[in-house]
Design a protein around this ligand. Structure first.
Ligand code: MEV
Length: 439
């Protein structure tokens, strides 16, 4: 059995490769070759990636693609997407083209408020804590001035610090619930630095507060951390068109199609099993842009799914209606993202993605990301309520299956041609491949 290792992070990269492949792979030389194939020959670029995290062995690639023709508030965008799922960029491009002819996407930022909390335990009289909080509040702001100065100069900073009594949920549990504006930065470091300063000021202030006695002086700060649940950092994206302009590809009437789209959204609103898959499709678009632009997809995912459950049941993030002969389809999602700081200035591809998007502000990027989510959902529902998802999906997946089968370039060309006219299920691809090989 492999023994635990001390000081792994201190080993050189070559030593790490030796150790991991010798202890955890069947063929160490073959495994080392796989890892090394992904090393970048540009040493500066490789060093940059090595230093992003601890114990880097190699790089992990995802395709970086572009979905063009997105008309958003009358401006045309080509949206960069980083994703491995074969049909996502194609679906986004198709939805973009569809809405390009119907007025494009309209978006609005509904709020940009970020949240952070200092969670603490106070076992004493609540009235006294309220008095203490009123007294200490100006010092909470003033002690954080060295952290907030630059952000404030640019128009952001702390917007509110409130005391919340949470003792109904947990004995002696209170919070400082704090809100922030962080402009073009996602703001995690700024918020967490402010919160840690608030925690220190709070603790220290309580020790010297004359009205407190005994245990009351001893506020126990459990943790100080931003919240990834940001329901007031919200963006809306929508599309609409007269129903008779909706369809356009000859499969059924526009009226019928509009009703089916509305039904599909209604189902996702009331049925959590469907809502999760419905929203997963939305996240196909959102995550791909979030990744391409160097934002934190875990934060975005956590916040969006919490928002989808805000009314007590997990539900659809998109909405649809048919009213006055118009089809309307829209999304509202919380997005705490940035276009400065973090990876945005460090990662060359992220920088390029932002350049392609016209160096957007954080608010603009929120709108672009929401559009990518809405477009993806539109494309998925459109397939689901008409042809079914597999037709388009398997077309895009065909190349993956052919690569798995070890098809040559000539075989790929022939089979791609064949499946333009035939339905590409997995077994149909295998059968056609085997037939071609035999011939
Ligand atoms: C697949 O990645 C996403 C879909 O399942 C989304 C949906 O069902 O709405 C097609």
């Amino acid at each position: 059995m492999t023994k635990p290792i001390e000081g792994f992070s201190k080993l050189t990269k070559a030593e790490k490769l030796d150790w991991i492949t010798a202890n955890y792979t069947e063929n160490p030389e073959a495994a080392k070759n796989v890892l090394k194939r992904y090393w970048n020959t540009d040493k500066t670029l490789q060093r940059l990636h090595d230093e992003f995290i601890e114990n880097t062995l190699t790089n992990y690639y995802l395709p970086f693609g572009i979905a063009p023709n997105f008309l958003i508030n009358d401006r045309l965008y080509a949206i960069p997407m980083a994703i491995e799922e074969s049909s996502v960029v194609a679906a986004a491009s198709k939805a973009a083209k569809f809405w390009l002819k119907r007025g494009g996407f309209k978006t609005t930022v509904l709020g940009t408020e970020k949240i952070g909390q200092v969670h603490f335990i106070y076992s004493g009289n609540t009235e006294k804590l309220i008095v203490f909080f009123k007294e200490i509040k100006p010092k909470l702001y003033s002690d954080a001035v060295s952290i907030t100065k630059n952000m404030k100069q640019r128009g952001g900073g702390i917007t509110e610090i409130g005391l919340r009594d949470k003792t109904d949920s947990l004995a002696n549990y209170y919070q400082l619930h704090c809100t922030f504006q962080t402009l073009d930065a996602m703001g995690a470091n700024f918020i967490n630095s402010c919160l840690e300063q608030f925690a220190a000021t709070l603790k220290e202030g309580a020790r010297d507060f004359p009205a407190f006695n005994g245990e009351e002086r001893n506020i126990e700060v459990v943790m100080a951390i931003l919240s990834n649940y940001v329901p007031n950092c919200l963006v809306r994206a929508e599309v609409s068109c007269p129903i008779d302009e909706l369809h356009g590809d000859g499969t059924g009437s526009s009226e019928d199609f509009a009703q089916k789209m509305v039904r599909a959204v209604e189902i996702a609103k009331v049925e959590p099993h469907r809502a999760v898959t419905h929203n997963k499709g939305i996240m196909n678009g959102i995550d791909a842009v979030i990744l391409a632009t160097g934002n934190d997809f875990r934060a975005v995912e956590a916040g969006i799914h919490a928002y989808a459950a805000k009314d007590g049941q997990y539900s659809s993030l998109t909405h649809a209606e048919v009213k006055d002969s118009t089809f309307r389809f829209w999304i509202e999602v919380p997005l705490a993202i940035g276009t400065v700081g973090g990876l945005t200035t460090l990662h060359p591809l992220v920088k390029l993605a932002l350049e392609v998007l016209g160096k957007p502000s954080a608010e603009e990027l929120m709108q672009i990301v929401a559009v990518a989510g809405l477009a993806q959902n539109f494309a998925a529902l459109r397939s689901l309520v008409t042809t079914g998802i597999q037709e388009g999906h398997m077309k895009m997946h065909l190349m993956n299956v052919l690569n798995q089968l070890g098809a040559t370039e000539a075989e790929k060309t022939k089979l791609t041609e064949h499946f333009k006219k035939n339905v590409a299920t997995h077994s149909a691809v295998v059968t056609a491949f085997e037939k071609l090989r035999k011939s």
